[in-house]
Design a protein around this ligand. Structure first.
Ligand code: IVH
Length: 687
């Protein structure tokens, strides 16, 4: 604020007025869909604001509407720990399941007769977001991630015009508002038109497009994509309401976007009727919805009902019935995965279903095809549920004349080696580790977001690299130069795009080279996961990295010592040993190391003794004067404790700072020990 006095008083006043006006019209346009002025008039206001700020740079603050889009791409997203886990929702697929949910709620509420008040909201098909406001200013936007840890995507969230940079009225302290970011249908269709023209693979649906956009490192691109958002949850120590309906009204009142079709429903009968209405009416909306979320309105009752580890007991998501269509099954082809598993899939006559054109569907395994007796040439019923991938439900009988039951090919379609199947398994496998199809899939996994996160190294580029003999394994990737990648000719892959022509990678290639260089610095956990050792998922990879610190140590540790680590079972231990015993793998790891790929754990050392507070769980509430909650959480975690967002019988103690609210009350009710700030400091200093 210190720079503001350098501008004359009339400029300061006009600046304030313009900021308010621009926000007002953003709200009319992006939230209410009811503009009061033309686009040209709006642009004039924004330009005036820009000119004023150019003349008086002291007036620019991060909250000015001119500052939504950061100038340049960022290197990566930081991770964010959610103080209160971001849970998922249980699902109900029928009226009976909705009524069963209501029964459970009424039982939990001790209500034999009488009805519960619910709020029904549309379920937005996007990605969840946690917005933090402090003093009414947007200070952070984070993705859900795995529910406990997400990514800081503030730069991208700021570009979403439906999300205010400042609240009007509303809480003065720090609050978190949760909701959903989505891509409106029109923006989705435009994005796919542009991608088709550029020869890029199309987004399968608006949800994938929104999630992909949010994870883009270039805010200018995110801005152009046209994301929007709705909010539906408030976490605040300072402000609370008796009913969810009041929360929604308050969020809207503070200038936040709230999906306007929410309704209060007295009893489950009204909910059932509303769900039936939306099953059809949803097609009229400007965004994709896959159901209705039903929430207990009374917030005190919600507290009493609580949550399981995965979802709240006070809410459920009614999923609209899967949409179905019939089409021709042109062929049954097989796909070879990175572990060599060979799975059949359906090649379909393209058909439009629930917002996208379907030309392929999964068929799970050969037994499934046999059980359904699916034959090439059949007309088949396909359906698309909440998931992206459509499935084949059944053939429409009779089969065409002369058709025969399908049989699994005896040879791998990519390398012609004979397929094998274990007695006990339903899966057929190609056992050839040099099979080009396996190599392609393994490379895709290595480059994937959760592994080495090499953006741009997708299917078509990998296909080109393998087909042109440039890459045979992970280590070869690091021998590729920016010049070589720039000149590389690829054929963009998209079965729906007719226009996919071979083209040079150009600038994209240079970017991939940059990404490859950056990936060398990743934590060991990503590398272990990326190596694709069977049964070693993300979690086991992280545990191994933290516990053993270097890849060399992991590969040299006997199975019984691997297994001695909590969370590492005999299957994972045996699989790591099998990987380590294969000389080809050792050589691969050596070449990765020689290329400069980091082979050490970068995370806090937990290899030694478990921390002095291991096994204890704390909850922090209220304001601590000596440190932020994030620092307090980190301090406890360094000592081996777990920090949770909600008080339960399992909580060791509640750390209560100033103005502690409902959590303190709950701790008292449950008889959980409470520590004030000085007792907390004592705990962490003496531990
Ligand atoms: S409430 C504690 N309300 O659906 C659970 N979620 O399948 C809080 N979603 O992760 C979620 N629309 O991302 C809620 N109106 C709505 C929603 C909604 C979409 C998403 C949310 C959640 C997912 C669960």
């Amino acid at each position: 604020m210190s720079a503001i006095p350098s501008a004359p008083a009339d400029a300061i006043a006009r600046h304030r007025e313009l900021c308010d006006l621009v926000r007002h019209h953003e709200e009319r346009y992006y939230i209410l869909d009811d503009p009061e002025i033309s686009d040209a008039e709006f642009d004039r206001l924004l330009h005036e604001l820009e000119r004023l700020e150019a003349a008086h740079p002291g007036l620019v603050t991060p909250h000015s509407p001119t500052q939504r889009v950061a100038g340049r791409p960022i290197d990566r997203f930081e991770s964010v720990d959610h103080m209160v886990p971001m849970l998922s929702l249980d699902n109900a697929y029928s009226e009976d399941e909705l009524r069963a949910f209501d029964e459970r709620v009424r039982k939990g509420a001790d209500l034999r007769n009488g009805s519960v008040s619910y709020v029904a909201e549309l379920k937005i098909d996007g990605l969840s977001i946690a917005l933090t406001y402090d003093g009414g200013r947007l200070i952070r936007g984070a993705t859900r991630g795995n529910g406990t840890t997400g990514e800081d995507v503030t730069v991208n969230v700021r570009t979403i015009r439906a999300i205010p940079l400042t609240l009007h009225g509303g809480p003065v302290g720090r609050v978190e508002v949760r909701g959903e970011v989505y891509l409106p249908r029109a923006s989705f269709e435009r994005a796919n038109r542009e991608r088709e023209e550029a020869g890029l693979p199309l987004f399968a649906n608006p949800r994938n497009a929104a999630a992909g956009t949010m994870r883009n490192l270039d805010p200018a691109l995110v801005d152009r994509r046209g994301l929007s958002a709705f909010t539906y949850q408030l976490l605040s120590e300072e402000t609370s309401f008796a009913h969810h309906a009041d929360t929604l009204a308050a969020l809207r009142g503070w200038g936040l976007p709230v999906e306007p079709h929410w309704r209060r429903c007295e009893g489950i009968g009204a909910v059932v009727a509303l769900c039936a209405e939306w099953a059809d009416a949803r097609r009229t909306l400007q965004f994709e919805t896959d159901g209705v979320v039903i929430k207990v309105d009374d917030l005190a009752l919600r507290e009493r009902l609580g949550s399981t580890a995965k979802f709240p007991r006070w809410a459920t998501a009614f999923k609209f019935p899967a949409e179905q269509a019939t089409t021709a099954l042109k062929a049954i082809a097989v796909n070879v995965g990175r572990t060599g598993a060979v799975t059949p899939y359906a090649v379909l006559e393209p058909v439009f279903l629930a917002g996208s054109t379907i030309s392929m569907a999964t068929l799970h395994n050969a037994e499934d095809v046999a059980r359904k007796d699916l034959r090439e040439g059949d007309r088949v019923l396909i359906e698309k549920g909440g998931d992206v991938i459509p499935k084949v439900v059944k053939p429409m009988l009779p089969h065409p004349e002369g058709s025969r039951p399908w049989v699994m090919p005896s040879m791998c379609p990519a390398c012609s080696s004979a397929l094998q199947r274990d007695e006990a398994e339903v899966v057929w496998r190609c056992e050839n580790t040099a099979c080009p199809a396996r190599i392609r899939r393994a490379l895709e996994h290595f480059a994937s977001r959760s592994a080495m996160n090499i953006e741009g190294l997708g299917e078509s580029l990998i296909d080109a690299l393998v087909a042109q003999g440039l890459v045979h394994d992970f280590a070869d990737l690091y021998g590729l130069t920016a010049d070589r990648l720039e000149q590389l000719v690829v054929v963009p892959k998209d079965p729906r795009s007719e226009r996919a022509k071979p083209r040079k990678l150009g600038k994209v290639g240079r970017n991939v080279a940059k990404q490859l260089t950056q990936s060398k610095q990743h934590d060991l956990a990503r590398l272990i996961y990326g190596l694709g050792i069977r049964h070693v998922g993300e979690k086991a990879a992280a545990t191994l990295a933290r516990r053993f610190r270097t890849l060399e140590r992991i590969l040299d540790t006997p199975a019984e010592d691997l297994q001695a680590v909590p969370e590492i079972g005999p299957v994972v231990a045996a699989s790591v040993r099998a990987f380590a015993n294969e000389p080809r793998n050792r050589e691969l790891v050596e070449r990765l190391g020689a290329a400069g790929v980091n082979m050490q754990s970068l995370s806090a050392d937990s290899s030694s003794e478990p921390g002095p507070l291991a096994g204890r769980t704390y909850v922090i509430t209220g304001t601590l004067s000596s440190m932020s909650r994030e620092d307090a959480t980190a301090a406890l975690e360094r000592l081996g404790a777990r920090v949770s967002g909600s008080v339960s019988k399992k909580t060791t103690a509640l750390i209560a700072g100033a103005e502690a609210g409902s959590k303190l009350e709950k701790a008292r009710q449950l008889g959980v020990e409470t520590l004030d700030e000085s007792a907390f400091l004592d705990l962490i200093l003496r531990a």
